[in-house]
Design a protein around this ligand. Structure first.
Ligand code: SAM
Length: 269
């Protein structure tokens, strides 16, 4: 099993929530295109702080059900607390490795977000996902593509360098940084029909864009690793003020900025 490199500190789980706010419209599009509807049964693989599970629970409603799996106890505890506070009685949380769980074959949807990139064997996770599904059920993933560049026009070096540092540090610790762009291949290897796909890129540039905080908090998580492998000198990056500096640099240049590409794919079994 590959360790989950970003950890599960309270701060990192809060970052997952901030990230989830940014990803919600894209995941919602995925759920809409799949045709998720009231009464359906969903399994969320690698639920983290529980955001995809709660999004699905809102759609399937009280007569539907969601099972959310994570191999980390702190993530499960936080996701369970949040779901309870939000009044979701239709989510069950299970601690364990989703790659090793054989499902009952009666779910309508098995979904994972930002989870294939963290697998040493993403094909094993897709195969395990399929065991949860009834015939005609859907397996789906929303993944970040970590090999693309973060662009800015006019160019803002601080934005592009921050993106570069995040991407390079990720690539040094995950086995499949390109999993989001290999879904056709990975689904094929798992014996699943070729997926339907779409991609979206979060873009910004206004002073109130959430991308500055998302980038700064992501780098905060990764900075110790970046310094450890020599991608950043200790103390070189003022991480506590990075969000402010990014906002100032981008708005001062009247620039439009692009974040990491988001790839979504799904297939009916
Ligand atoms: C980047 S987080 C994403 C969380 C959530 N899906 C979201 O988008 O907000 C990835 C989560 O997947 C979990 N995870 C990774 N591989 C897993 C596996 N094979 N089985 C269960 N959980 C896994 C990690 O513990 C972590 O909490």
């Amino acid at each position: 099993m590959q360790d989950y490199v970003l950890g599960h500190s309270k701060r990192e789980l809060r970052r997952l929530m901030l990230q989830a706010d940014n990803l919600r419209p894209i995941t919602t599009r995925l759920l809409r295109e799949i045709g998720l509807a009231p009464g359906m049964r969903v399994v969320d693989l690698g639920c983290g702080a529980g955001d995809v599970a709660m999004l699905a629970a809102e759609i399937v409603g009280a007569c539907g059900a969601v099972v959310a799996i994570d191999r980390n106890a702190a993530a499960i505890a936080m996701a369970r607390d949040r779901a309870r506070a939000a009044g979701h009685a239709n989510i069950e949380f299970v601690e364990g490795d989703a790659s090793e769980m054989i499902g009952p074959g009666n779910f309508d949807l098995a979904i994972g977000r930002y989870v294939l990139v963290h697998q040493s064997d993403p094909v094993a996770l897709i195969r395990a996902a399929v065991t949860h599904l009834r015939p005609g059920g859907v397996v789906a993933f929303h993944e970040v593509f970590l090999l693309g560049t973060w662009w800015s026009f006019p160019m803002v070096p601080l934005w592009e360098n921050t993106g570069d540092l995040i991407s390079k540090t990720f690539r040094s610790v995950v086995t499949y940084p390109d999993a989001g762009a290999r879904m056709v291949e990975l689904f094929h290897k798992a014996g699943v029909r070729s997926p339907r796909l779409f991609s979206e890129t979060p873009v910004g540039g206004s002073p109130d864009s959430p991308l500055y905080a998302w980038a700064a908090e992501t780098l905060r998580t990764l900075l110790p690793r970046a310094e450890e492998i020599g991608l950043a000198a200790p103390g070189e990056i003022d991480i506590d003020r990075l969000e402010i500096h990014l906002r100032q640099a981008v708005t001062g240049a009247h620039a439009q900025i692009g974040f990491a590409h988001q790839h979504c794919g799904w297939s009916r079994v």
